[in-house]
Structures are given as structure tokens and as C-alpha cells.
Design a protein. Sequence first.
Lengths: 251, 240
Amino acid sequence: MNGRILAATTGRILRQLRHDRRTVALLVVVPSVLLTLVYFMYVDQPAPPGAPGTFDRVALIMLGFFPFIIMFLVTSIAMLRERTTGTLERLLTTPLGKLDLLFGYGIAFGLAGVLQSTVASIVAYRVFGLETAGSAWLVVLIAGVNAVLAVALGLFCSAFARTEFQAVQFMPVVVAPQLLLCGLFVPRDQMAGWLQAVSDALPLSYAVEALQEVGAHAEPTGTMWRDVAIVAGAAVAALVLAAATLRRRSG
Amino acid sequence: MDDAVSVRELVVDRGGRRVLHGITCGVPRGTVTGLLGPSGSGKTTLMRAVVGVQTVGSGAVDVLGRPAGSADLRRRVGYLTQAPSVYADLTVRENARYFAVLQGRGRAEADRAVNDVGLASAADQLVGTLSGGQRSRASLACALVGEPELVVLDEPTVGQDPVLRADLWARFHAMAANGTTLLVSSHVMDEAARCDRLLLIREGRLVADDTPAAVRAATGTDDLEEAFLRLIRDAEGEAR
């Protein structure tokens, strides 16, 4: 890797995003709109005594979902564009290293994910009175790591898509099982053994557990840090796998 | 003088079909060498092999004394793909500056490359809003920004108006005069006359490798288009 090239690549990707104002607006506004929906869905639902309110429980996890879903899609399409427009082939004829490109995407869209979750968190805490025992900054940190994981998975999956239609189909394949099994709909310890095993293998489960730790404990817990490390490790592993899919020579 | 590019017995298959059937040719340093042939003749495949992005079946391609695709050649070779490969959602200047950094150059070189392809007045326009000809010049600026020793240009003048085409060819010759080697493909025969040397390929085989004057002399016609027709007929006559 080369620092100047990595910085230039990150800047280039952010500049592309900045020129696309509508995407930036959707990125920032849509999570807040969805949080509003969730708020009014649950506002009158009674919570079991001693447990956090349903909105608090659901909104906290949604703050981690938004960047995961959106950054996966944005990255898949962006990387597919690099392949179909020939810019990827051109980049690979230059001194740019594969990891410069992949980490550039990770940093750029990771920052976009942090921006998105910061705005969504401000709305959740200030407007809808979300309450967590731990700090809101930890929520944003976890959402940011989640965004990087989504970027890494998107970079990897885009290698298996020839068209935009295919790329979009990877969303239900990669994202939906993680959403279903992460513990939001059915607590993980109440799932059948084999489902739990699958859930244990999916990185989003750890991100959700980390968010629940922030919801329940005033200080960051060891479990939370371990979970964040697992998610970050999965992101790095996916980036390395993605690097293996980039070939300087092709047929 | 040694060749900047030397290709020996190059065989390439793409999609189960043989595209290049054992091509042997050279590109002398400091020249503008034209790679001519009809669409589908294998020009792009040969150029990709020179740049080192093409998987080759057999044979060898040496570029600037190193096997094509070697890591240290990435700073020394500039490649313009046939379809403009620049970012449509960046301005011309932003594209040029990005590719300049990749080649270890700065903003001044990027701005100069944009001026050199005649895009100074459109420098702050998004590439997506440019005409086809302007877009391919934006792509050309990004190929030239690193001042590479070897420049491989796949149909750089398609869609350009005649004045700009003349300007671009003048620039190519100025670069060659400074020691740069250029390999330029075209399917328009009137551009062949502007080259120092010609490589004519047809259906993946080399039909001619000579200067325009020698091609004219050998075929007994001043019209290069006619000369190529005669060469092709002769080659096919021999094959029968």
C-alpha cells in the first residue's frame, strides 16, 4: 500500500459521492424517515416490566442496520461500475495496489456510513427520546464498523455480478439472512441449535450484540469490545478475499 | 536501436476462439507506430497483451526490456482503452488529478495534460456531461498525465473533429520527438499515412510491418487503403 495513493483514492470516491447530491440526501434523510415510522409503530406498545421499551430496543439495532444495508448496495454498484466502465482495468495498469483501492472504498464509504448513522442517532436520541445506558458515540462507532463490513462484503460480492440486476440480488442473499438471524426478531438464545450456529457464524450478529451491550450497560463492556473486534476482523477478511478476486490479467 | 515493444509468436484465445495466431512484430523506440486493421481483427487484444492485462496462450511480449505486465512497467506505460475509462461523476480536472497521483505526479502535470488534449475550457465540467469526443480526450489526458515512456492508445481519434485530430497527431509526433514511443490503433486508413511505421493485422495475423512509404512502394500504389487491399489479397492468394 502507498499512503498518497490510498488518500487520493479515498478522496476520489468521496468526490464522486459529493457530485451525486441526491444520493447524499437519500443517504442522510431516509434513515430518519424510517425511524419516524418505527417510533409511531411502537409508541403505544407496552414494554414488559424491567425491559427496555420496544422502540428503544428496535431503534438501537436499526441504527446499526442502516449503514450495513445501504453501504453494501452502494459499494456493490460502485465496484460493478468500475468493472463495466473499464476504470478498474485501467487502475490495475497503474502503480495502484489492490489494497489501495479496496481500503480506499472501505474508508470512504465507512465515513459515509458514520455520517449517516450520526444523523440518524441525533434524530433517534433528540427527537424520539431513545434511551441507552451507554454512550451514543459507541452506537456511532459500531455503526461505522458495520458500514466498513458492508463495504467489504459488497466489494467481494461485486466480483460475482456481471450486471446491476445481479448485483442488487446479492442484497437479499447476503444481507437478509443476517438481519433475520441477528437476534432482533427472535432472541438468539431462543433459536433452534442449528439456527444459533448459523447466527454465530454471521458477523452482523456480533454487531447487534455489541449494540445491545451499549443499550444495557453504562460503560463499554468486554463483550462489546470483543464483538466490535470480531466485526472488524470479518471486514478485513472480506477485504482480503475481495483482493483475491481482482485480477490484473483477464481473458 | 532496440525496440520498445517486441512481440514473439504471440497466441491469444478469447472466449474459446483464437484471436491472435502467432504474431511477431516490434515497435521501435521514439516512433509513432500505427496498428491498423478492420474491427475484430485483434488490435485491442494485441494492445492489451502489450499493456499486460491480457491472458496470453503462448509466445512472449517484452516491453521496455521487461516482460509485459511487470510491476515496474506500471509507471512507464500509459494505456488508453477504446471505450473512455474515466469517472463520469467527476470533472475532467478531478479525473486527471487522480490519475496523476497514481503515477506519482502533481496538480501542475494534471492541468497540463488537460490543456494538451484541448479540454482547458471544459476542465471543471463533469465527464458525464461531455460529448463523446470530449470524453475520449478526457480519457486520453489520464493516459498521458504520467508522461510514460510507452503510450498505448486504442483508437484515440474516433469521434474527433478534423482539426482536433490533426492537433492530436501533431502532439503524438511531438511526444515521439522527445523519445516517447507510441503504439496507436485505428481502423481509418487515412491515419495510417501519419504514422512512422505501420502494423497491419487482419483476422489475428500480421499482414504488414513496415513504413508507409515501403508499403506504398511494395504494392505499387500511393493510396494506402488500396495498398492494404492488395496486401490482403496477396496474403490470401499465398494461403490458397
